[in-house]
Design a protein around this ligand. Structure first.
Ligand code: BGC
Length: 786
């Protein structure tokens, strides 16, 4: 560039960007005024527009800012507006670990999956995790982390449940708020996703979620509402799917009426990657940024404005919101990132948080292992013991430097491992991996698309290795205890299949034969569940002595498990979803894409709709009866209830009190550790509305929760839980209002949704809050009612 040109570019840039004590600011009106229609359109659709001649340079340039990031905004260099960088989330920052011609590494910490974090029920801890993650975002030069993900666990088989938090909107919303606060405390942004109703992966880009207005408000929007009001994420990511016939990214009722007008959201909205169809409609709806940008969106917007279908003022409004976002970012503020976050310190954060979210499902005096580690030999069974899963696949995966294996974690804690068994498994794992590679290579030769897909899809878990009965008998004599790990992996693009929920024959056989052999020797068997979601447990849980759900625990997995096994950490995680006996027990299973193999089209859009139920549309006939709201209200047996989790400590609740202040109700209770080990307890407060059966409400709903500090044996803590009277409302569709019915409400203090320790009561006055009558289903849905 010539000297004169350089000078004038710098001069123009300085006109629109000013410095103030709060940092650099942008004169938005001035910039909008200067931009051509085409520039503004580029600006709202990201940089992935390979079609636009001359813009390939832009794509190349922004792609290389932080390699492996999901996208950038469109730079306006001459006006001093840089491209900001957006990268996934949620289990850590997702960027490439290696760069061409660069010997440095750019690994990120793989933190535990979302489901595990939520299972801690510890908002302070989640905030600490967010802080550490956000530091990596900032130090690696990223501006917005595409996380957290808060969609409701509507059905156990959703392939992305591992990224999400819970079947309950309060747990999901509070966990997300803590995560956002933590990440954003670094001065970088988050993107709460996928707004909303993205509850299945099958045909996710086109499927129509048909849901009642009540379930929309009470369940599916609630976690977003809580997190957005509590923590103000810088951005919101709309979802791929439709809601009652309209793409979420094209729904003004969702993105403007509810999000902005009702909830007062001030940030920017972006699409999910290549989401939605009509760029002009997206802009009109208030979907400010279309990521990563498609050719047809550009022409749709420009043509829309030229034809008068779209107002330029709508485009300007979106441009201004994106400028607001950019103004806050470290890149715009000139932050000099180090590319050297403190990965060691963050490894300690992930190790500790993972241990706190593990859920002890059963314990017949098997855990913690009481003998001295050096004197204890553990026999490790199960493929996943030797290929411990850190997290799920797809955009929620993280390019980590290492994963602490289970044998290494146990060895680090001082235990001995049965070596010959380990060697046999190592050989078996290597053979299975080589076979899988060969299978993939052959498939790629047939269809190159497979190569692309393989990078994203989970590798199916191989069959369990057969254990010879005689060898097993010897192992049971030689080792002191057996650990069996069952693993499940899932991820973006694919829902789980029923067979993934149930145990394979080989797994069932492994559990029964190991239990038989070890019990014969008077030794214990512990099962570890290295899973991202719910599996079947009812048919075999009586066999082992202990079951620990470790979830997918991030890169320090082996160490975190060892911390719980030794008793260094007393488990205090609780289930954030019900574990049903059979898959079909969940009412939503009638309306879920069971065992459908989707047709993949990697350009994004699934195959054209053929009107298939649960593929092209899904009727949410269970209405609000998802998870414990269904199982508990309809008296169904479950394997493990919502909110359940054991501890090495034991807690007694006493002296429960209620203080009804009208607008707010406070409940307090003394929690005393009457056990022999230290531990933390989660106290859950459910509320039962009067006449719930006649009024078609769940028998009880979680309205608050709190976790105690670590209580030593005999130590007591008084905890207080507060509920706003307005939060006792149900959504009344006829009135289009949140309605609190008058009457005596019961306040239930529990240690799970089915283990209530104290019941109190308060008279609540009627109240009503009108909202907009929006997002109505196009046709009447057949809904389950009590
Ligand atoms: C996922 C999002 C992700 C985006 C960018 C999409 O496929 O659904 O969750 O943030 O890609 O990678």
């Amino acid at each position: 560039m010539k000297m004169k040109q350089l000078f004038s570019t710098a001069l123009i840039a300085s006109l629109f960007v000013a410095c103030s004590p709060q940092g650099k600011t942008i004169d938005k009106q001035e910039i909008i005024h200067k931009l051509s229609l085409e520039d503004k359109t580029h600006f709202v659709i990201g940089t992935g527009m390979e079609h636009v001649d001359g813009n390939n340079a832009v794509i190349g340039a922004t792609k290389s800012i932080v390699p492996g990031a999901a996208g950038t905004t469109y730079p306006l260099d001459s006006l001093g507006i840089p491209a900001i960088v957006l990268a996934d989330g949620p289990a850590g920052l997702r960027i490439n670990a290696h760069r061409k011609g660069d010997s440095a590494t750019y690994y990120c910490t793989h933190f535990p999956i979302g489901t595990l974090l939520a299972s801690t029920w510890n908002q302070e801890l989640v905030e600490e995790v967010g802080k550490a993650m956000g530091n990596e975002v900032k130090e690696y030069g990223v501006d917005v982390l595409l996380a957290p993900a808060v969609n409701i666990h509507r059905n156990p088989l959703n392939g992305r449940n591992f990224e999400y938090y819970s079947e309950d909107p309060l747990v999901a919303g509070k966990t997300a708020a803590a995560y956002i606060r933590g990440v954003q405390s670094n001065g970088v942004g988050t993107s709460i996703k996928h707004f909303a109703f993205n509850n299945q992966e099958t045909n996710r880009m086109n499927t129509d979620a048909r849901i009642s207005q009540r379930a929309i408000r009470e369940l599916y929007l609630k976690p977003f509402e809580i997190a957005i009001k509590d923590a103000e994420p810088w951005t919101v990511m709309s979802a791929y799917n439709k809601i009652n016939g309209i793409y979420t990214s094209e729904s003004k009722e969702l993105l403007t009426t509810i999000l902005r007008e009702e909830w007062g959201y001030k940030g920017a909205v972006m699409t999910d990657w290549f989401g939605g169809k009509d760029g002009a409609k997206q802009v009109w709806a208030g979907n400010d940024m279309l990521q990563p940008g498609k050719e047809e969106q550009f022409s749709a917007i420009v043509d829309g404005i030229k034809s008068g279908k779209l107002k330029e003022a709508d485009l300007d409004r979106n441009v201004s919101r994106i400028l607001n976002l950019i103004e806050k970012t470290p890149r715009f503020q000139g932050y000099r990132y180090s590319n050297k976050p403190d990965l060691k310190a963050h490894a300690a954060v992930t190790r500790q948080s993972a241990a706190e979210g593990m859920v002890l499902l059963k314990n017949n005096n098997a855990l913690p292992l009481c003998t001295k580690p050096a004197k204890t030999q553990i026999a490790l069974y199960g493929y996943s013991s030797y290929d411990f899963i850190a997290g799920g696949t797809g955009s929620g995966n993280v390019n980590h430097a290492y994963v602490v294996s289970l044998p290494d974690g146990l060895k680090n804690a001082g235990y001995k491992i049965d070596k010959s068994l380990q060697n046999a498994y190592i050989k078996y794992v290597a053979k299975c991996q080589a076979d899988e590679e060969m299978r993939l290579e052959a498939a790629k030769k047939k269809d190159p698309k497979v190569a692309m897909l393989a990078a994203f899809l989970p590798t199916p878990r191989p069959t369990e290795m057969e254990i010879d009965t005689q060898q097993l008998a010897v192992q049971a004599q030689e080792s002191d205890v057996a650990l069996i790990t069952l693993g499940r992996i899932s991820g973006e693009f694919l829902d789980r299949k029923q067979e993934d929920f149930y145990l394979t024959q080989a797994e069932s056989k492994l559990i029964s034969s190991v239990c038989q052999a070890y019990h014969k020797e008077g030794k214990k068997v512990i099962v570890l569940l290295n899973v991202g979601g719910v599996i079947e447990t009812a048919s075999w849980k009586h066999l082992p002595d202990a079951i620990l759900c470790t979830w997918q625990a991030g890169q320090e997995g082996g160490n975190s498990v060892a911390d719980v096994i030794t008793g260094a950490v007393s488990p205090s995680g609780k289930l954030t979803m019900t574990w049903p006996i059979a898959f079909s027990d969940a009412y939503s299973s009638r309306n879920f894409p069971i065992d459908i193999i989707p047709d993949f089209d990697l350009k994004g859009q699934g195959k054209k709709g053929t009107g298939r139920k649960n593929v092209d549309y899904t009727n949410y006939e269970e209405d609000i009866y998802v998870g414990y709201r269904y199982f508990d209200s309809f008296g169904k047996q479950v394997s493990f209830p919502f909110g359940f989790g054991l501890s090495y400590a034991q807690f007694r609740y006493s002296d429960a009190k209620i203080d009804n202040k009208g607008d707010e109700i406070s409940v307090s209770v003394d929690v005393k550790n009457i056990g022999k080990a230290a531990g933390k307890e989660v106290v859950e407060l459910y509320v039962a509305a009067p006449n719930s059966l006649e009024r078609n409400k769940p028998t009880h709903e979680l309205k608050a929760y709190v976790k105690t500090r670590t209580l030593k044996p005999n130590e007591k803590q008084t905890v207080t839980l507060t509920v706003k009277a307005a939060d006792l409302a149900s959504f009344n569709e006829t009135k289009s209002a949140w309605v609190v019915d008058e009457g005596a409400y019961r306040f239930l203090l529990g240690t799970s949704s089915r283990d209530i320790r104290a019941t109190l009561s308060a008279d609540i006055k009627a109240r009503e809050t009108k909202v907009n009558n929006v997002l109505a289903p196009k046709e009447k849905l057949e809904l389950l009612r009590r």
